[in-house]
Design a protein around this ligand. Structure first.
Ligand code: ATP
Length: 235
């Protein structure tokens, strides 16, 4: 059974239709990327899944269960967690406090062990554990946002533009860690405008254009596709 199945979802902001019938699947253990230009609907697809902007019509099955119009906190409880675009850490809380907030909805209590796992993935966060999040660099805050999403122990991790506004050297670091998180068993659905790194770590990808899926294939094949290179890889 697929972990996630989107079937013809249509999502609106008021009268503006952002998604015009998106269908896609994510298998257990996969890392899948959504690429597409500005406004194509990538973020809205993630927001539809996490319940922040529910689709008006269509179906979203997570492990066989319909989640399309469930409340966001119930969707988190099922095992889906999102690291939002633009980071959004709690600036006046410390790194450690931000991480603990990520575990807020969990019932089991081994928060410490999970914090250690996040520190293993992102040693920089351990060095800065007592520092206020708002005083850290953009790249460090991005690591923190991903770490906080991991604290919910998701089966499916949604990442919105993890490379946005980050120095190239740190982007590589973050992508290595994303690959490691996936290898350790977390399924990942990832959105990127800057597609090179994302296609490097993901198994498959979907190309979105104006609220629809224009193309989908194995990431390695999309990387070789001349149209994709021209439009999304800066070739
Ligand atoms: P970006 O990389 O710029 O975030 P995207 O592919 O993620 O692009 P979305 O943010 O999902 O695209 O936007 C899809 C469409 O929905 C766009 O036409 C956008 O203008 C519109 N849209 C997004 N957010 C809102 C909003 N809060 N109110 C109205 N329209 C919105």
């Amino acid at each position: 059974m697929s972990m996630l199945v989107l079937d013809d979802i249509k999502t609106y902001y008021g009268n503006i239709q952002a998604l015009k019938g998106i269908s896609l699947t994510v298998e257990p253990g996969e890392c899948v990327t959504l690429i597409g230009s500005n406004g194509a609907g990538k973020s809205t697809t993630l927001r539809s899944i996490s319940g922040l902007t529910p689709p008006r019509t269509g179906s979203i099955l997570f492990e066989g269960q319909e989640i399309a119009r469930m409340a966001p906190q119930d969707i988190v409880s099922l095992g889906i967690s999102q690291s939002p675009e633009g980071r959004r850490c709690f600036p006046r809380m410390t790194v450690a406090e931000n991480l603990d907030m990520g575990a807020y909805l969990r019932r089991d209590t081994d928060v410490e062990q999970d914090r250690d796992r996040v520190y293993e993935l992102f040693p920089r966060l351990e060095e800065r554990s007592k520092q206020k999040a708002g005083t850290m660099s953009g790249g460090e805050q991005q690591m923190l946002a991903i770490g906080r999403a991991l604290m919910a122990k998701p089966k499916l991790l949604l990442l919105d533009e993890p490379s946005m506004g980050i120095a190239p050297i740190l982007v590589e670091r973050i992508y290595e860690t994303i690959a490691e998180i996936n290898k350790q068993g977390t399924t990942i659905l990832l959105v990127e405008q800057n597609a090179n790194f994302a296609l490097g770590v993901s198994h498959r990808a979907y190309v979105l254009e104006t609220g629809k899926v224009a193309l989908s294939d194995e990431s390695a094949k999309l990387r070789e596709n001349p149209d994709v290179q021209k439009a999304y890889l800066g070739a």
